[in-house]
Design a protein around this ligand. Sequence first.
Ligand SMILES: [Zn+2]
Ligand SMILES: [Zn+2]
Length: 80
Amino acid sequence: MLQLRPNCECCDRDLPPGSREALICSFECTFCRDCAEQRLRGVCPNCGGELVPRPARAERLLQKYPASTERVHAKTPCPS
Ligand SMILES: [Zn+2]
Ligand SMILES: [Zn+2]
């Protein structure tokens, strides 16, 4: 199951499970749209993979399959 992480790894902004501002790589590293486009230029800084829009999970499914609550921060500082 896709981990819906609660924050951007760069700027720590909240990214709720229904957000359209969240982008992920194939390892589920999660970034907001601003960081992904302006700071990272569409490339994940952790794995070098492509960042694509994260699909939203339907409200009724979140009760059974809740989003992750563990905040993750990038291991290396994101480019500014
Ligand atoms: Zn961000
Ligand atoms: Zn990644």
